[in-house]
Design a protein. Structure first.
Length: 336
């Protein structure tokens, strides 16, 4: 048992190191490649305070905030999705599927189009929208006991209603305002700046360690409420703390870049395949999310036709086929 546990920990550490190295490589590529190519040695020089003025401007002012924002958003969404899926024991239970991201998007669009909010106020509105949506879902799902399937169905219903509200707001808005809001709703890192980045990094500095701390009972909770209670876990308290941290992670990520689709949905399953053993694989899922967003944003900028696309377009191209495959496999299993 001890030997198997050590092998599992060694496998997890090796996977995390490989994911971190891959993310670092794509991160450096994002800083070096663009309309103005910058050699890697000059990228390193600019990051350490050297280099000429033009290179520092391109690397530090234009590319670094975007790359860091993409990495941070991916880390947050990857871990949030893994927690939702493990806690609710449902592969469909990710923030962008069960309505949390839609709540953030609706609140942000409402704040932007109706109250003319921008900057920090817009980000705060998105975070409040995500938290309010999650609270409504949880309260509705508590009747008769919280179960994964019940929460997912309620979340999908709430998400559909919120999408209708968003569509109504966009339909009645001025064309230019609706265009800006629609770009944000797609999930975009265009125009990412240090003003957006610092609140996100500060939030992650608190939320990521806190999540790893409150996730200790997650293994027991995945066995069911009765089993977890028999093992001495405070089921309701632990579930509430985990959901609150996961929603906050999804909310701050959405506030920074908009609802980047399918990152939370895909990162967890990929990480669990890389780290077999049935655990939630929270840290590998976070690193997988960060790598996915960096790769998707690089592809959106440089590999798709002749114009730049929002990163959410590329993540949707990746996630939508996976969702269809998952649903088809579930239906097939059900017929059997």
């Amino acid at each position: 048992m001890v030997r198997a546990r050590r092998r599992g920990l060694a496998r997890t550490a090796l996977v995390c190191a490989a994911l971190a190295a891959a993310a670092a490589a794509v991160f450096c590529l994002a800083l070096a490649h663009g309309d103005m190519a910058v050699p890697l040695r000059e990228v390193v020089s600019a990051l350490t305070g050297g280099g000429d003025t033009a290179t520092r401007y391109v690397v530090l002012d234009l590319r670094l905030p975007r790359a860091l924002t993409g990495l941070a958003v991916g880390l947050a969404l990857g871990m949030a999705g893994a927690v939702f899926q493990a806690l609710l024991r449902n592969p469909l239970a990710s923030p962008d599927v069960i309505g949390v991201s839609q709540g953030a998007g609706t609140a942000a669009v409402l704040a932007s189009l109706v109250f003319k909010a921008g900057g920090f106020a817009l980000s705060a509105a998105a975070l409040v929208g995500a938290l309010a949506t999650a609270a409504a879902m949880y309260l509705l799902a508590r009747r008769g006991g919280v179960t994964g399937s019940r929460l997912v169905l309620i979340g999908i219903g709430i998400g559909a209603g919120l999408s209708s509200v968003t569509s109504y707001l966009l339909t009645n808005a001025q064309v230019t305002e609706a265009q800006d809001a629609l770009l944000w709703l797609t999930g975009s890192l265009n125009g990412a700046s240090l003003d957006q980045l610092w609140p996100l990094l500060l939030a992650l500095a608190v939320l990521l360690p806190l999540m790893l701390l409150v996730a200790r009972p997650l293994g027991a909770l995945r066995l069911g409420d009765d089993t977890a209670a028999g093992l001495g876990v405070g089921v309701e308290r632990s579930r509430t703390a985990l959901l609150a941290c996961a929603v906050a992670l999804a909310g701050v990520a959405t506030a920074a870049a908009g609802p980047v689709a399918f990152v939370a949905f895909v990162a967890g399953p990929v990480a669990r395949r890389l780290v077999p053993g049935g655990g939630p694989a929270l840290l590998p899922a976070a690193l997988t999310g960060g790598l996915l967003v960096l790769c998707a944003d690089y592809a959106a900028q440089h590999l798709l036709w002749s114009s730049q696309f929002p990163v959410g377009v590329v993540t949707s191209l990746i996630g939508a086929p996976y969702l269809l495959w998952l649903l088809a496999r579930s239906s097939y299993g059900g017929r059997r």
